[in-house]
Design a protein around this ligand. Structure first.
Ligand code: DOR
Ligand code: ZN
Length: 347
């Protein structure tokens, strides 16, 4: 091994969209397979993952393309989810469903049927009953933290009132505020022992200027929308802080180009993800924190075992493809400084 190489405990992606068959599932899984030992698959597929049968079928669909990747499953919470749903899933050992995801209604891709503002302020009984059961069964609650009806740049900040209520009412429930984008969210995470946050590569790299400041860049358009330079600075500080409350959730979210052209939110960041993160952490003089951010802290939050293997990165210039089938990656046509020491990806 060259002395310049960097090895990392096998990473854990605490937030990824693998989609469904005929909508990028194979491509998405194969890219994650190259890097991650575990990945938490989001449930906002079409149709969504709502119950035990859905979880079991989705697990099988993902496993078809996995060699060493271990998928962790989630369900989408809706006003119809019951404590029984959580119990039914928990007794199964043929898959690992470890979390449920709360989507406020209409704030992002496939969030229809989520929780409306009146159901969140104050928290409705149906949701409280499910959260209570999740707390008892040691599930993790993942949250897309944006408040419906607010101005788009204020939605994350305004949702923190709901998060405060949940964190207070369920102090033993492990909560992950997903893909944070604001200074306020970074600071809020410090207030509650049971609140953690994922941070994406694209939010570490972009501000609103990168989306709409020049020509509209549809490939940087995602939810929550990237914010101001100052917010991005806070995200970088959190990701490199060595604080176990902040860890990687890539939110890699492929949409076919034709869907992106129709305005779908989501960045397909998997190709080049760990390579770019390595470059950035080196640039930020925080490479000693990279293993914590991409592997150890997420595992700790989800009570996963330590990495069972390591991946190795080497100095190696290569260019992210301009497209991968119908999908345009976030870093399309950009030069990477780091490569992964392993056979090339074939999809
Ligand atoms: O940009 C996003 N895309 N944010 C999300 O919350 C969902 C994701 C998707 O599923 O495309
Ligand atoms: Zn997501």
């Amino acid at each position: 091994m060259s002395k310049d190489n960097i090895t990392l405990p096998a990473p854990f992606d605490a937030h990824v969209h693998f989609r469904q068959e005929n909508y990028g599932l194979q491509t998405a899984v194969v890219y994650h397979e190259q890097v991650f030992e575990y990945a938490l698959a989001m449930p906002n597929t079409n149709p969504p993952i709502l119950n035990c049968t859905d979880v079991s079928q989705y697990n099988q669909a993902i496993l078809k393309y996995c060699k060493r990747l271990r998928p962790l499953l989630t369900i989408k919470l809706t006003p119809e989810t019951t404590p029984q749903t959580i119990h039914d899933i928990s007794i199964h050992s043929s898959f690992q469903c470890v979390a449920a995801k709360l989507y406020p209604e209409g704030v992002t891709t496939n969030s229809e049927g989520g929780f409306t503002r009146p159901m969140l302020m104050p928290l409705c009984k149906a949701l409280c009953d499910v959260l209570d059961t999740m707390q008892e069964m040691k599930w993790v609650l993942c949250i897309h933290g944006e408040m419906p009806g607010e101005f788009c740049l204020d939605r994350e900040k305004e949702f923190l009132y709901v998060l405060r209520d949940i964190a207070k009412l369920f102090p033993r429930l492990q909560i992950v505020l997903e893909h944070i984008t604001t200074r306020e969210a970074v600071e809020f995470v410090q207030l509650f022992k049971n609140v953690n946050a994922t941070i994406t590569l694209h939010h570490l790299m972009t501000t609103l200027d990168d989306v709409v400041g020049d020509k509209l860049n549809i490939h940087a358009f995602c939810k929550p929308i990237p914010k101001k330079p100052r917010d991005r600075e806070y995200l970088i500080r959190a990701a490199t802080s060595g604080d176990p409350k902040y860890f990687l959730g890539s939110d890699s979210a492929p949409h076919p180009l034709s869907f992106k052209q129709c305005g779908c939110a989501g960045c397909f960041t998997a190709p080049g993800l760990i390579q770019k993160l390595t470059e950035l952490f080196v640039e930020w003089r925080a490479v000693n924190r990279l293993a914590d951010f991409v592997s150890d802290f997420g595992r700790r939050c989800y009570s996963l075992p330590p990495a069972s293997y390591r991946i190795e990165l080497c100095k190696d210039e290569w260019t992210v493809p301009g497209n991968i089938g119908a999908f345009v990656p976030f870093l399309a046509n950009q030069k990477m400084k780091w490569g992964i020491v392993q056979p090339p990806i074939r999809v």
